[in-house]
Design a protein around this ligand. Structure first.
Ligand code: PLP
Length: 393
């Protein structure tokens, strides 16, 4: 049976070149990077090199990059570490209703523990926030604005540069103790969009390796020089004393190589993926009762999310999986309760429609033949489910 993986926004496979860079650090160059002997120094060199690779991809200094275990940890460290470092009883954070749970739950924790007040900005039907709403939400106590670059469920891109410039302008009119810091969850953006932290006026940025062909279990936090931060994991002095714990050398080396590859080949891969996605969208929209959601133009090239009338998301996934196709849905059956995703709800997608959501996310290795196969398989799946559905659904 043919196998077509179109769930790259969930995770990607490890690239063979990335894997070959990682391999020596398991059993050959296995030293602890804190040790002065040759084994330790070989490990240290690998960490230094990866730090430089990440810094170069982001237009940052290597001293502004720290390695974590994933984007979720980076986000936790950025938000909690900043709020703790500022130690302001009235800290106010602003984020959007369509962020990943890693951001929403971290903000919610800070609010529940009385460390901060949080404003969740609404988005429009395409998933886009309005700069005007952000401007209005800023208060004298605002210390952090956190906005994702690319939404993982629908692919909409937020106007990060405009937000960065707006915050910079507001900061110029405030005194330094009242600076607003800008955090960006760039997890779904780094492989497809140019991302220079200086040009975008970003202070804190989170990434994860497994969306860019590095393994799961490795992440990055970019911290602009001078940004106050208290580490959230105590112990040794690793990662500039901001993230204690012996460094995961093979994974760090892999992430360095992966980020180098995705940024070097960005334009080429983005064009290829965009073309395949357009073919997919064109074909899927030929099926009756199907619409595309997310912003029509302000979107990353790898994600296409549809609402399918009369077919339930998880059922479509299972039948597609039987035909060898991997996709995803924003409708998940949690604890026996069928609920639409917070992203689709925030975009105003009615509950009954959200249940029929289907996300395809492409990657660098997908082919035109694979899209043909999906376009042949999907109508069969939808027709089968519609035939089973009670009339009037
Ligand atoms: N942010 C976004 C936009 C994501 O898509 C994901 C992963 O799905 C994360 C954060 C969290 O990444 P990780 O699970 O590697 O911490």
């Amino acid at each position: 049976m043919k196998k077509v993986y179109l769930d790259n926004a969930a995770t990607t496979k490890v690239d063979p070149e990335v894997f070959s860079v990682m391999k020596p650090f398991f059993a050959d160059k296995f030293g602890n990077a804190s040790e002065p002997h040759a084994w330790g120094q070989a490990a240290r060199q690998a960490v230094d090199q990866a730090r430089e690779q990440v810094a170069s991809a982001l237009g940052a200094d290597p001293q502004e990059i720290i390695f974590t275990s994933c984007a979720t940890e980076s986000i936790n460290l950025a938000h909690k570490g900043l709020v703790e470092a500022l130690g302001k009883p009235e800290a106010h954070l602003i984020t959007t209703a369509t962020e990943h749970k890693a951001v929403l739950e971290t903000c919610s924790h800070l609010e529940k523990t009385n460390q901060a007040k949080v404003t969740l900005l609404p988005v429009d039907q395409d998933g886009l926030l309005k700069l005007e709403d952000l401007k209005k939400a800023i208060r004298p106590e605002t210390v952090l604005v956190s906005v994702m670059f690319v939404n993982n469920e629908v692919g909409t891109t937020q106007p990060i540069k405009e937000i960065g410039l707006m915050i910079k302008k507001i900061n110029q009119s405030r005194d330094q103790v009242k600076k607003i810091y800008f955090h960006v969850d760039a997890t779904q953006a780094i492989q497809y969009l140019p991302l220079n932290v200086s040009q975008l006026e970003i202070d804190l940025l989170s990434l994860t390796g497994h969306k860019i062909y590095a393994p799961k279990g490795i992440g990055v936090l970019y911290i602009r020089k001078g940004t106050p931060l208290v580490r959230q994991q105590d112990g040794g002095g690793q990662e500039y004393r901001l993230r204690a714990g012996t460094e995961n050398i093979p994974y760090i080396a892999g992430l360095g190589q992966a980020i180098k590859q995705v940024t070097q080949n960005q334009t080429q891969v983005a064009q290829k993926v965009e073309q395949l996605r357009q073919k997919l969208i064109k074909g899927v929209l030929k099926i009756k009762g199907v619409k595309l959601i997310g912003h029509p133009t302000q979107r990353a090239p790898h994600i296409a999310t549809f609402i399918v009338k009369g077919a339930e998301g998880e059922a479509m996934l299972l039948l597609l999986s039987d035909l060898g196709v991997a996709a995803s849905t924003g409708s998940a059956c949690t604890s026996g309760v069928l609920g639409p995703s917070h992203v689709l709800s925030a975009m105003g997608v009615p509950k009954n429609e959200a249940h029929g959501s289907l996300r395809f996310s492409l990657g660098k290795d997908n082919t035109s033949e694979e899209i043909d196969y999906v376009l042949k398989s999907l109508p069969k799946v939808i027709n089968k489910l519609r035939a089973m559905a009670p009339k009037g659904v």
